[in-house]
Design a protein around this ligand. Sequence first.
Ligand SMILES: [Zn+2]
Length: 209
Amino acid sequence: MKVLDNVHLVDGTNANVYLVIRDGKVALIDTGLPGEHEKVIRYLDGLGFAPEDVDLIVLTHSHHDHAGSLMELKELTGAKVAAHREEIPRLTEKVLKWSGRRIDVEVPLEDGDEIAGLRVVHSPGHTPGSIVLHSRALRAIFPGDLVYEEEGRLHEIPHRYSLDPEMNREAIKNVLRLDFEHVLPSHGRPILNEGRKRWRELVEELGLK
Ligand SMILES: [Zn+2]
């Protein structure tokens, strides 16, 4: 599904996989559950892209519904992998468990880095190396598992899924410093135009002001 100019959401994966297209190359944001790589390749094919057109895979964090098909997609595309520096040890450990192989994370990210036209905002809490990706040009954010969408509203991820829910709340609050109007979450549907408004409602609801 096309979400914004040059941004697509792959149909039918568990956690959302987004494609960001620039200069004929594609960056993937997250990879879905183990076994979902074929859905991504099929979607790319529908847009006229070959697997080799993917040059970058950026992970919001290392959970298996986001990084599950990382090894397969890296092998099929030859793309480089990017993740926050603090997430890399967990990521390599998990991929080793799922695939029996060691993943190479070529691009360690830090807060403030720019990658594929997206700014990295380190947002620990859900996991130590969780990131939010922010496109100033698109006025959009990809918040990973900081929040999820349901019926047009945003909610914090249930505390049992987060390593440090209080820190996650702090990260939710900090997102309001960014300039955006579209929210492209990992779970649920994208919120276009009203994203900032919905985010502010969540911050108020959680008493974070
Ligand atoms: Zn997660």
